[in-house]
Design a protein. Structure first.
Lengths: 215, 162, 191
């Protein structure tokens, strides 16, 4: 695994989000890799400095004052809620006097049915589907859903593609410039390749290594 | 062997023509194809991390996963053409039943082929992943799909700002 | 000292008992204020926003069904309020010709409250503050919730309304950005 992935693991470990076996493997890697160890040490120092960032430094007296002001606002909100409730009750009484109960019950039932019909239609048909939890876990379906949401919008397509490319570059991570590429010590590498793929790799390697290449 | 470098090169071989973000838009199907390939590239990179794939696993899986994905993309492209033709045939007046049936049969055949590709993918993963990796793969698919949705929302929000 | 658990207080607050809500607010106000202050870096704005957050929570609590904890729910209100505030502030600054996303540091922290802080030089501390302040809003929110407030990825994901995986990646990216920016100062402290 490259250091790019180990660094992500180090970040997860800082948050206690790395499970047993992965944590053990990380510790083993840190024993061997100077660069990752230095990164971990930097994050440790960063972590210490980050604690207390949100410390406002308010004195106890200032907290009491905050609580008092909030209390006053809550009281005002509460009073306004109660006043609104009393007005609704009064209106309800007036209505009850003006209309006989039977017709009011029919009217309510009718409104309820219409509301239900609207809600069902909305959720089944009208609601814009934006970034919802995918119902299916097929990769094909998730790609199709995203592409469907982009629709015929070339600008959105371009912007989204840029986001994906940025994520690819980040996932690739820090590659040391001097890392040597040696494919020939793993015979399995070649087994899945077609002739066309092999020729492509050969030409890419030549371009990358300059003159002639070593395959 | 530096696995990540291998992976990059593998993916570059199989997706490089569409990876370069600077390419001008050349029309809908091509931009779609480019986006699909980039999403697939990201999927494979994230999968390596999420599943803790070994070098041997990546060497076996990635070329095959890419090939299957390319084949599915081509099937989807053909499906798009057939659906378009089907729509046109249904809009004709009078509707020609024989034409409709031919197009319906073609769409069904393509759909079956896509399903076969999915089965091939499942078999490949079954052969090459440990039980834990298989479990992680299913969770990874959900997380990856959700991540795509979140990215799209973010892009929309940024566009909304500008 | 009221020792009733949060869920009991929430139930009473839902039934309209203001003193129950006031007790909930008292228990959580420092952390919520801390988060908002971390986002805005301005005491006066943090004070106003924090009051608004609790007022919003008070008005909405009849509809709170306890699917998450009360603190996660209020964190979520606070995150949304902070992000909206920052968006509005950035727009106003852009209109007024300010282009720097510089965090304000108003004279505070007369006494360091956390023992860890005493291990870090004052200069590094200021730099960390500035660097975190300049993170993009969603990264800043994730970082403050997890690295400062100590939430797990799952809890932060609920507060932020995103997936746990997204929180994990944002933390990784935020740390990479911070480490790259602060490298010379981190090295100084290390040596």
């Amino acid at each position: 695994m490259s250091c790019g992935i180990w660094k992500k693991r180090i970040s997860d470990a800082q948050d206690g989000a790395l499970s047993g076996k992965r944590a053990v493997r990380l510790e083993r890697h840190l024993e061997e890799c100077v660069s990752c160890r230095a990164y971990r040490d930097d994050l440790d120092r960063l972590g210490k400095g980050a604690k207390g960032l949100a410390d406002s430094g308010l004195a106890p007296g200032e907290w009491e004052d905050f609580g008092r002001r909030l209390g006053a606002r809550l009281a005002a909100a509460s009073a306004s809620r109660e006043a609104g409730g009393r007005r609704d009750d009064e209106r309800g009484d007036a209505r009850a006097m003006a209309h006989p109960p039977a017709s009011w019950a029919w009217a309510r039932a009718g409104v309820g049915f219409l509301l239900l019909a609207f809600v069902v239609t909305y959720f089944a048909v009208l609601r814009p589907r934006r970034g919802q939890e995918p119902a299916s876990i097929s990769f094909e379906d998730s790609v199709a859903q995203v592409i469907g949401e982009i629709g015929p919008d070339p600008e959105l397509d371009r912007s989204f593609n840029r986001e994906i490319v940025v994520s690819i570059n980040e996932a690739v991570g820090d590659q040391p410039e001097t890392s040597a590429i040696r494919f020939d010590d793993n015979p399995l590498f070649w087994e899945g390749m077609s002739e066309e793929d092999l020729r492509f790799i050969e030409s890419e390697l030549r371009k990358e290594q300059g003159h002639g290449g070593r395959i | 062997m530096r696995t990540k470098r291998v992976i990059i090169l593998l993916l570059a071989c199989l997706a490089l023509p569409t990876w370069a973000a600077a390419r001008p838009l050349q029309g809908d199907p091509q931009t779609r194809a480019r986006l699909r390939e980039n999403i697939n590239t990201l999927r494979l990179l994230r999968m390596t991390e999420a599943l803790d794939l070994t070098e041997a696993q990546t060497a076996r899986l990635f070329p095959a996963l890419n090939r299957i994905e390319k084949e599915k993309a081509e099937l989807q492209r053909r499906m798009g053409v057939e659906i378009r033709d089907l729509r046109a045939a249904l809009d004709k007046s009078p509707v020609q039943d024989a034409d409709i049936l031919v197009l319906v049969r073609r769409v069904k055949e393509i759909r079956q082929s896509v399903q076969q590709k999915d089965e091939e993918l499942e078999a490949l993963l079954d052969e090459n992943l440990t039980p834990v990796q298989k479990g992680r793969y299913l969770i990874f698919l959900v997380d990856f799909a959700r991540g795509l949705g979140e990215k799209l929302n973010r892009v929309r929000q940024i566009r909304g700002k500008n | 000292m009221d020792e009733r658990p949060d869920d009991v207080l929430v139930e009473e607050a839902r039934r309209g008992k203001r003193e129950a809500f006031s007790e909930l607010a008292r228990r959580h106000q420092q952390r919520i204020y801390g988060l908002i202050y971390g986002m805005t870096r301005n005491r006066s704005d943090a004070d106003d926003l924090c009051q608004e957050v609790f007022l919003t929570a008070f008005r909405s609590i009849p509809g709170f069904h306890g699917r998450s904890s009360f603190s996660t729910w209020v964190y979520r209100i606070a995150v949304n309020a902070s992000l909206n505030f920052l968006k509005k502030r950035d727009r106003e600054r852009a209109r007024a010709g300010f282009h720097e996303n510089l965090p304000e540091r108003d004279g505070r922290k007369a006494a360091a409250s956390s023992p860890e802080m005493s291990a870090v030089s004052n200069e590094l501390q200021d730099r960390i503050e500035d660097a975190v302040g300049s993170l993009p809003p969603h990264f800043k929110a994730s970082f403050l919730l997890v690295a400062d407030q100590g939430l797990s990825h799952a809890e932060a994901a609920r507060a932020l309304g995103c997936s746990e995986n997204t929180v994990s990646w944002r933390m990784h990216k935020a740390r990479k950005m911070l480490q790259a920016r602060l490298k010379p100062f981190l090295d100084e402290v290390g040596s």
